[in-house]
Design a binder for this molecule. Structure first.
Ligand code: C2E
Ligand code: MG
Ligand code: MG
Ligand code: MG
Length: 288
C-alpha cells in the first residue's frame, strides 16, 4: 500500500514513526482507563491582584498520577487527548472536579482550561450548564480559558456557544495571548473578559526591549476595551514592577506560588482571610 501511494509515503513506515504512533495509541488507551480510575488530579495556581498581591482566583491545572510512571504533566497527554475524542471527556471531568473542589476555595474565581476542539462540540455549553447546576456552583465564579486558535477557528456555533456562556455570567479568558494570530480586533468580536499575556513575553520583560513594548501596548489597548489584563509566568519582582507600571490588573507565576494541591491552596486563602480580618480589627480599634 505504501508503494502505490508513491515514494513520499515510505517515511510513514519507518520504525521510529511506527514506534511513535504506537506510543500515542498506548497513551490514549491508558488515558481512557485513567479517567475511569480517577488518576487525573487537579492542582490550583493562585492569580493575584498586581497592586495588593491578594489572591483573586485560582487556575485549575490537570495532572496525571500514573501508577508506575509517576506524575505526568499535561504537555505529555493533552495533545494525545486532542487527537481523539478523549479531550471532551477530559475537559468535562476537570470542570466537574474543579466545581466540586472549589467549595474549599470560597470567594474567588476558578479558571478552567478548555481545548479549542471542545468549542466545536455541540453539547459543550449544555454540559457546562448541567455541571454548574449539579455542583451548585455560581457561574459568575467560573472562568473558562480558551486559546487564540479557539476564537480564530470558531464557527458560528462556537461563537454562539461563547455568547451563551457569557450570558450565564461565566467569564471568558483568552489564554497564551500573543502566541497565535489573534489580534485585539478578534477579541472585540467575542465576549472575552480577560486576556492572559503569554509567559514568553513576561520572561523577556527587562531583557528585550520589544517584549516590554508589546506588553505595554496590549495592556493599554486591553484596558481601553474594558478587559482584565493578566500576565502569566511571572517569576521575578522586576517583571512585576513592569506590569505595575503598565497597569496590568493580575499576575500568576512562581513568584507568588507554583500550582498547589487543593488543601495547600485552601490554607493559603485562609491565611490571607485571617491576616485581613486582623488588619480590619486593628484598624477599627484605632477609631475614636
Ligand atoms: P496554561 O493554561 O498556559 O497554564 C500555565 C502553565 O504555565 C502551567 O503548566 C503552569 O504550571 C505553568 N506556569 C505557572 N507559573 C509559571 C512560571 O512562573 N513560570 C513558568 N515557566 N511556567 C509557569 P502546566 O500545568 O504544565 O500546563 C500546561 C498547559 O496544559 C496549560 O497551559 C494548558 O494549556 C494545558 N492544560 C492544563 N490543564 C488542562 C485541562 O484541564 N484541560 C485542557 N484542555 N488543557 C489543560
Ligand atoms: Mg490556562
Ligand atoms: Mg496560559
Ligand atoms: Mg501558557
Amino acid at each position: 500500500r505504501a508503494k502505490s501511494e508513491g515514494r513520499g509515503t515510505y517515511r510513514l513506515f519507518e520504525p521510529h514513526f511506527e514506534r511513535e504512533r504506537l506510543e500515542r495509541r498506548r497513551t490514549e488507551v491508558e488515558l481512557a482507563a485513567a479517567l475511569d480510575r480517577g488518576e487525573l488530579n487537579l492542582v490550583f495556581q493562585p492569580q493575584v491582584d498586581v497592586e495588593s498581591e491578594r489572591i483573586v482566583g485560582f487556575e485549575a491545572l490537570v495532572r496525571w498520577d500514573h501508577p508506575t510512571r509517576g506524575r505526568i504533566l499535561p504537555g505529555a497527554f493533552i495533545p494525545v487527548a486532542e487527537g481523539s475524542r478523549l479531550i471532551n471527556r477530559l475537559d468535562a471531568y476537570v470542570l466537574r472536579s474543579a466545581c466540586e473542589q472549589a467549595k474549599e476555595l470560597p470567594g474567588v474565581t476558578i479558571s478552567v482550561n478548555m481545548s479549542p476542539l471542545n468549542l466545536r462540540h455541540a453539547g459543550m455549553v449544555d454540559n457546562i450548564i448541567a455541571t454548574l447546576r449539579q455542583t451548585d456552583f455560581d457561574p459568575r465564579r467560573l472562568e473558562i480559558e480558551i486559546t487564540e486558535s479557539a476564537i480564530l477557528d470558531a464557527s458560528a456555533e462556537g461563537q454562539d456557544a461563547l455568547a451563551r456562556l457569557r450570558g450565564l455570567g461565566v467569564r471568558l479568558a483568552l489564554d497564551d495571548f500573543g502566541t497565535g494570530h489573534a489580534s485585539l480586533v478578534h477579541v472585540r468580536r467575542f465576549p472575552i473578559t480577560k486576556i492572559k499575556i503569554d509567559k514568553s513575553f513576561i520572561l523577556n520583560l527587562g531583557v528585550q526591549r520589544d517584549a516590554a513594548s508589546i506588553v505595554e501596548y496590549v495592556v493599554r489597548l486591553g484596558r481601553s476595551l474594558g478587559i482584565t489584563l493578566t500576565a502569566e509566568g511571572v517569576e521575578t519582582r522586576e517583571q512585576l514592577r513592569f506590569l505595575r507600571a503598565f497597569g496590568a490588573h493580575q499576575a500568576q507565576g512562581y513568584l507568588f506560588s507554583p500550582p498547589l494541591p487543593l488543601q495547600a491552596a485552601a490554607a493559603l486563602l485562609k491565611r490571607q482571610a485571617e491576616a485581613e480580618s486582623q488588619r480590619v480589627q486593628r484598624g477599627s480599634g484605632e477609631l475614636p
